[in-house]
Design a protein around this ligand. Sequence first.
Ligand SMILES: *Cc1c(COP(=O)(O)O)cnc(C)c1O
Ligand SMILES: [Zn+2]
Length: 420
Amino acid sequence: MSYVNGLKCRECGRSYPVEPLHVCENCFGPLEVVYDYERIKASVSHGLIKSRQQNLWRYRELLPIEGEPIAGPCSGFTPLLRAERLGAEIGLKHLYLKDDSVNHPTLSYKDRVVSVAITKANEFGFTTVSCASTGNLATAVAAHAARAGLKCYIFMPEAVEAGKVVGSTIYGAHVITVKGNYDDVNRLCSEIADKYGWAFVNINLRPYYTEGAKTFGFEIAEQLNWRLPQHIVVPTAGGTILPKVAKAFHELKQVGLVRDGEFKIHSAQAAGSAPVIHALHRRTDLIAPVKPDTIAKSIAIGNPADGYYVLRAVRESGGWGESATDPEIIDAMKLLARTEGVFAEPAGGTTLAVALKLLNQGRIKSDESVVISITGNGYKTLEAVMQQVQAPFVIEARLKEFDALFEQLKNGRRAAAGAA
Ligand SMILES: *Cc1c(COP(=O)(O)O)cnc(C)c1O
Ligand SMILES: [Zn+2]
């Protein structure tokens, strides 16, 4: 019981059957899943969705699978946190965090897209899955493949954080790091996909994989009681999640789950890898590739595959975008942790830092509703902040020593880091 009509080229409109294809033979445009929205509208309701398990499959009519899902039984349906303390500190009355730092099982938004891709790979009969990754995709593919009993090969740039290497290898995946940046890895993987015939979740399964990102948006609307936020700030790496969140909001209106509501979607990039923001600010469609250099490694993609669609979604919504420097990202990570108890990875620091800029520019007003996207977990990227936080105080196991330290701490004096 699928509501999928087939695939269609986003550029020339040519139709294709539901197969592991991702580029148009005619014009090399990307292919996208086409749904029968009239039938979906007749089938779904708030009550039906509410009656289902709290995972991303509660929106299955708007996802491109044929049978039962085989991955992600506990993925998705992450918290939408009301951020009152952070909001009060920065001057926003209706601030929310969509918190995929606690997505199951690998603590990033990638558990959504991979749940769909692995289910689809299985439907197509693949026995080996693979990906080109900046790190979070790697851990998600490795974990979901393990649970589905599929063989797994992971490709990442050499400079990736240790947590992402160990966090992939532990699941039994073959992990290969490539001497080069993500864009080099991606190029290599396109050749491997052609030659070996594996399911590369973000290459030949890309039209299906990317649809999983819509669930981030579906959930936000449901958690806001079937309303859209006035603003949402989304990080941009390869450019998957941002246009898909916009698409999710439009689809909810189209199938009658959300009544009309305007939203502005804003892109956030790290200053060390901001090709989409550069193009947005220059008001051009041409995205000049850059060589990434930032601590926000999971969003360090210098030549984003879907960057053009990010520009389009941002402009159509009347949104904007900014970039944040590494020090701004770190400050924002600390602010988020200190005010809300959420330890995001640098991508989350990036969205918060950018939200602050948009607020200062007057593009976001203090009484408007704002969702900041937290797409990954800080425990996987300790390297980014290890040198930026107060080292622990070291004492002997004697009450006197603690008494002395406490005298200093309570008076707001900072003892030298690590002083005995
Ligand atoms: C992959 C990723 C993103 C967004 O990447 P897109 O390719 O633009 O969808 C954002 N944050 C984190 C933590 C990621 O791992
Ligand atoms: Zn085409």
